[in-house]
Design a protein around this ligand. Structure first.
Ligand code: PLP
Length: 405
């Protein structure tokens, strides 16, 4: 009989979304009179694709009906790379060959690990988006959990003790995942905080992978949207960006990785560009995202596309600000939300993340996500997403005002 990979057994993560779904449907079934349940759990967009992008999708469909558009380049279409450089990365001197178009950060963040030797020491924020850790586990970089932690991973605490900012560890690490603005804490790293990481990477010959899925939400001064705003980052950092939250593409699937030529890894006696390895990886395992979706991505980067998508982001940020104010007015501590669509709501002392989740669901009909699903240091918090409408925000504020613990 074929043998299964032994590493799946090490993936001992709470299947949190399954549990949440079950709890919500049990709650709804328990009482047919239940008023509307407001879902602030999912971190997914609340508005449809904007008109300018929709038009580009229609045009691209007409185009594939009149022209043969077979396989495209596996690293992405030249027109989209040009749009990305013109709109985002030209100012940092990034070239088209340093941009790799993909079908989602999820894919890239989970594949990047395969470019590194098994001895690579990996640092990951705690709490954060779970894919970096899960990919390490599934690729056999860890043994089983010990007291909630994998001993092989260097965890970077992102809790109140660090003001939610991941700090460089004393240990030398080779590969560091950062997420800014971070999901779930909503913390976006300042220029100085990123500089410290670039310094660390140079000192230790480490590579930083910055997940910038929520960069479009950054609007405060001194908070870079790209790590390449930091001098010398191009030698040590790669950046992952997505159209999912920036332009509402979570269902269309489009993203890109920026991997500068200067980022090197050692291969025996040689120093090899990571860009070359990733080019090979894309050529042998990926045929590029759909032509139609790449056309839509390019439309989202035009002046009109940006105006339309930025308007949605403005609404999400405003909803977040209003919800956070309502939560604070009730006497709770609530973090994030400033440069991010996520509020990080501290549970009352007497409650765990799951207790508070249950309380908000059963007493106030609101769905959130228990913080423990994002890492051990997420315990004692819940994540509330502001990917929502103004109407639902108003309803939620009325319910928050009723909370009495
Ligand atoms: N990175 C972070 C931090 C996320 O929160 C998410 C989705 O929630 C993703 C990446 C997934 O991005 P994509 O839709 O491009 O796969």
């Amino acid at each position: 009989m074929s043998k299964a990979s032994p590493y799946f057994k090490n993936l001992n993560r709470d299947l949190i979304f399954v549990t949440i779904e079950q709890k919500v449907s049990e709650f709804i079934e328990s009482d047919p009179e239940i008023k509307e349940v407001l879902n602030f759990g999912v971190g997914d967009v609340a508005f449809p694709i904007k008109p300018h992008i929709q038009q580009a999708l229609h045009d691209a469909i007409d185009d594939v009906g009149t022209h043969v558009r077979g396989y495209g380049p596996s690293t992405g279409q030249a027109f989209l790379k040009k749009a990305i450089i013109d709109s985002e990365y030209g100012k940092y001197g990034i070239k088209p060959s340093e941009i790799f178009i993909s079908d989602g950060i999820m894919s890239d963040a989970s594949s990047i690990i395969h470019l590194f030797d098994e001895s690579t020491r990996i640092a990951i924020p705690d709490p954060t988006y779970p894919v970096y850790l899960d990919a390490c586990v599934l690729s056999g970089r860890t043994s089983s959990l010990k007291k909630g932690y994998y001993p092989e991973i260097v965890y970077l605490p992102c809790d109140e003790s660090t003001n939610f900012v991941p700090k460089p560890p004393k240990k030398k690490c080779d590969l560091v995942f950062l997420c800014s603005p971070n999901n779930p804490t909503g913390c976006a790293l300042t220029k100085e905080e990123l500089e410290v990481w670039i310094e660390y990477a140079h000192k230790h010959d480490a590579i930083i992978v910055l997940d910038a899925a929520y960069e479009a939400f950054i609007h405060t001064e001194n908070t870079p949207k790209s790590i390449y705003e930091i001098p010398n980052a191009r030698n040590v950092a790669i950046e992952l960006r997505s159209f999912s939250k920036t332009a509402g593409f979570s269902g269309l699937r489009l993203s890109y990785a920026v991997i500068p030529d200067k980022v090197k890894v050692s291969a025996g006696k040689e120093h090899v560009s990571l860009n070359k390895y990733w080019t090979t990886r894309q050529n042998v395992t990926f045929n590029g995202p759909s032509y139609i979706i790449q056309k839509a991505g390019a439309a989202s980067l035009t002046k009109q596309g940006k105006e339309e998508t930025q308007n949605d982001i403005k609404i999400y940020l405003e909803c977040g600000t209003r919800l956070k104010q309502a939560i604070s007015d009730q006497g709770f501590e609530c973090f994030g939300g400033l440069n991010s669509p996520y509020l990080w709501w501290k549970c009352p002392e007497s409650m765990t993340s799951w207790d508070f989740f249950d309380y908000l669901l059963h007493k106030h009909g609101m769905v959130t996500i228990p913080g423990c699903g994002f890492g051990p240091r997420g315990k004692g918090f819940i994540r509330m997403s502001s990917f929502t409408t103004e109407e639902k925000t108003e309803k939620a504020i009325e319910r928050i005002k009723q909370i009495k613990i």
